[in-house]
Design a protein around this ligand. Structure first.
Ligand SMILES: Nc1ncnc2c1ncn2[C@@H]1O[C@H](COP(=O)(O)OP(=O)(O)OP(=O)(O)O)[C@@H](O)[C@H]1O
Length: 325
């Protein structure tokens, strides 16, 4: 069996840290779900988070994105500079740019690392976006409207302006619509703008969620099981899209059970087992570590089992990837 993936996997040079988790621990009563886990994500990196069911991946993800406040430890994130009307950038007090122009670029350059803002909305404004394991679209809204909803954290019209639909509101609305359409095209859904989300195929709904997350102008996007339930063709499209997002200048963290997907995609992989970091390294290092294989086989989970044939395929791919770098 050979790998026919033609995507150029050579990663751009990684830059400064955009996210740093130190000693993150999360307890639910007597249950230690995450224990003293560290992770640094740099500009331009795709980092994978793997582990058997119940390993603590989603809990750690929720700590990284500010949904959970860790019992102990710290998460720090690079503050985004603000885009001023004349295009220059300056640091903001609480995070990301408030662009009205619907600028084409996705990338938000990193600033200094600071503790996460306390409220999830402020985390989004600071430049961190995420998707969830279960699709959370507005089913009765069109694809375009779903993306526009994501964009509203970057608009500044107040309630009164919105009710009166004044010139400022109309300008922002037009820019929001244009940017949403642009993002739909970016994820390959340009022709589906007017389709109701609930009528879209499953793989398209997943891409729509990513477009909505991108609408917040993140510099880091976290994807929780983006290929869950996808067929091989949709999975390949998801992988291509994530490379494209990385190539546009964002950093990506991704949880996935599909080992082949993760090892083909990521620059670095962290494996959690029973809430603890078992190993962090290149895909080659992680997939050949006997403890990782044991952790999966030990669970008896068919989905996660490391097939020796697959391992061979992955080895080939990783050497090709390292050859490309
Ligand atoms: N809100 C919660 N309250 C209590 N226990 C929780 C909560 N969330 C998760 N847990 C427990 O914490 C542990 C880690 O769960 P988590 O969902 O983070 O694992 P996971 O690696 O994401 O698993 P999966 O791959 O199945 O999604 C599990 O034992 C789970 O039952």
């Amino acid at each position: 069996m050979t790998v026919t993936d033609t995507t150029d996997r050579s990663a751009p040079a990684v830059g400064a840290p955009v996210l740093e988790a130190t000693g993150v621990t999360m307890r639910f009563g007597g249950l230690l779900a995450v224990n003293d886990v560290n992770l640094t994500v740099r500009e331009g990196e795709i980092v994978g988070l793997i582990g058997p069911n119940g390993a603590g991946k989603t809990t750690f993800f929720n700590c990284l994105t500010g949904l959970y406040k860790p019992t102990s430890g710290q998460v720090r994130f690079a503050s985004a500079p603000k885009v001023t009307p004349n295009g220059s950038r300056r640091a903001t007090k609480n995070g990301g740019p408030t662009t009205e122009s619907g600028a084409v670029e996705l990338k938000q350059p990193a600033g200094s690392l600071q503790p996460l803002p306390p409220k999830p909305r402020a985390v989004v404004r600071a430049g961190m976006a995420r998707t969830f394991q279960n699709i959370r679209l507005f089913a009765n809204m069109t694809a375009l409207e779903n993306v526009m909803v994501g964009r509203y954290c970057r608009t500044s019209s107040g309630a009164l302006t919105s009710v009166l639909r004044g010139p400022k509101f109309r300008r922002e609305e037009a820019a929001t619509r244009a940017r949403a359409q642009e993002l739909l095209e970016f994820v390959g859904l340009g022709k589906s703008a007017e389709n109701l989300a609930r009528n879209m195929p499953y793989g398209d709904q997943r891409r729509l969620e990513i477009a909505r997350a991108l609408a917040t102008d993140p510099k880091l996007i976290l994807l929780d099981e983006p290929t869950a339930g996808m067929n091989p063709q949709e999975t390949k499209q998801a992988s291509d899209l994530i490379f494209k997002i990385r190539d546009s200048g964002l950093s990506v963290v991704v949880i996935e059970h599909d080992m082949r997907f993760i090892f083909n995609l990521c620059d670095r992989v962290l494996c959690l087992v029973r809430g603890e970091a078992l190993i962090e390294g290149s895909p080659g290092e992680v997939q050949s570590d006997p403890r990782v294989i044991e952790a999966y086989i030990g669970t008896g989970e068919d989905d996660d089992e490391v097939d020796p044939d697959e391992a061979h395929v992955q080895d080939t791919t990783v050497s090709e990837r390292e050859g490309n770098a």
